[in-house]
Design a protein around this ligand. Structure first.
Ligand code: PLP
Length: 369
């Protein structure tokens, strides 16, 4: 199989699995237990927390482990003050946009931050939002469909000057571009393990001292009381290892991805009717989303699948819904072109030969004669 869907999920790295296995078999103690087994597990979990913290430049106490990016995003939005207003961009992942909608149903005023044709928040949109005086704003760092990278540091600087709390969903950016929480200047940031060769069901919310979170899970008081429940130890150990590897290998992985992306885009440019979304915007090195005039993206996805190639027609969570992507709609892409969208997202183990094979298949599927 040619796997070109790393923005949906990544395979577990063998080195990550190796780090996890002892915590599934030998070291099964509860990290809250006071005897030796518990203490060993606690100490390993503390190291994983340090590894995740190091990847984004924070202190380990700023890391709350969650069940994934979705939970981290939901938890971040609990920082909204009572009766207060919030704003989120129009291209957020559903794990931000849906809890935001939910807060609006509970009486919070919600405003959407518009993006331009490249999927970038504009200064004009930001100025409007600042006038609206929300207490919390969420703008993702990199988009899961187009790969477009927002200038979060610039927005956060302006918002925080006005006393507005800033959250960024960095799930897709993690491990693909360098991230420094303090340089970004945000108050909260969401991460996920299974996008960086760790296991599924694990993520983290990074937060700073200005944030007052309301825990969604109450109980045993784990993780400074912000997220009760016995921690998913093997997954957390794996997340730590995956974070360490991402930190050490980030430059090399990004360079490799960019080479593949350039090769793919050069080939795509020779096929008539293909349009690369946000081509001229700063994008993740591993992501290309394109539309093909007159094609049905989901149909093409199925045909590629029959040939052993895994791609996405948009966000994995939304696929199968048959609706054109809200992200592309927010960028002003017509529903017809949006429905033809295919997203290719590379990983560290993809090769140039796979790109060449993919291009041949794509050409044959678009023009069968
Ligand atoms: N945020 C973004 C941008 C994503 O792409 C995803 C997953 O696709 C999530 C959040 C959710 O993360 P998880 O699958 O860990 O819940």
């Amino acid at each position: 199989m040619i796997y070109f869907d790393h923005n949906a999920t990544t395979p577990i790295d063998d080195r990550v699995l190796e780090a996890m296995l002892p915590f599934l078999k030998t070291f099964y103690g509860n990290p809250s237990s006071l005897y030796r087994q518990g203490r060993i597990v606690r100490s390993a979990m503390d190291s994983a927390r340090e590894q995740v913290a190091a990847l984004v430049g924070v202190q380990p106490t700023q890391v709350i482990f969650t069940s994934g990016g979705t939970e981290a995003n939901n938890l971040a939005l609990t920082a909204i003050k009572p009766q207060a207003a919030l704003a989120v961009s129009t291209i957020e992942h559903p794990s931000v946009s849906e809890p935001a909608e939910n807060l609006s149903h509970q009486g919070h005023d919600l405003k959407l931050i518009a993006v331009d044709h490249n999927g970038l928040v504009t200064q004009q949109a930001l100025d409007k939002i600042i006038k609206f005086k929300p207490t919390l704003v969420s703008i993702m760092l990199a988009n899961n469909e187009t790969g477009v990278i927002q200038n979060v540091a610039n927005y956060a600087h302006q918002l925080r000057d006005k006393g507005i709390l800033v959250h960024t969903d960095a799930v897709q950016a993690l491990g693909k571009i360098p991230i420094d929480f303090n340089q970004l200047g945000v108050n909260m940031m969401s991460l996920s393990s299974h996008k960086i060769y760790g296991s599924k069901g694990c993520g983290a919310l990074i937060f700073d001292k200005d944030v007052s979170l309301k825990p969604m899970l109450l109980g045993g008081g784990q993780q400074q009381g912000f997220r009760a429940g016995t921690e998913n130890v093997p997954a957390i150990i794996g997340f730590g290892k995956a974070a360490e590897l991402a930190r050490l290998e980030l430059a090399q992985r990004a360079e490799h991805s960019l080479k593949l992306r350039t090769l793919l885009e050069d080939h795509l440019a020779t096929i008539p009717g293909i349009f690369i979304f946000a081509k001229n915007a700063e994008r993740l090195p591993n992501t290309v989303q394109f539309g093909i005039e007159g094609m049905d993206g989901e149909m093409l996805l199925m045909k590629l699948d029959q040939k052993g190639v895994a791609v996405s027609s948009g966000s994995a969570c939304a696929s199968g819904g048959g609706k054109p992507s809200p992200v592309l709609a927010a960028m002003g892409v017509t529903p017809e072109l949006a429905k033809s969208a295919i997203r290719v997202s590379f990983g560290k183990d993809n090769t140039k030969a796979e790109i060449n094979q993919f291009i041949e298949l794509l050409k044959n599927l678009i023009n069968p004669d």
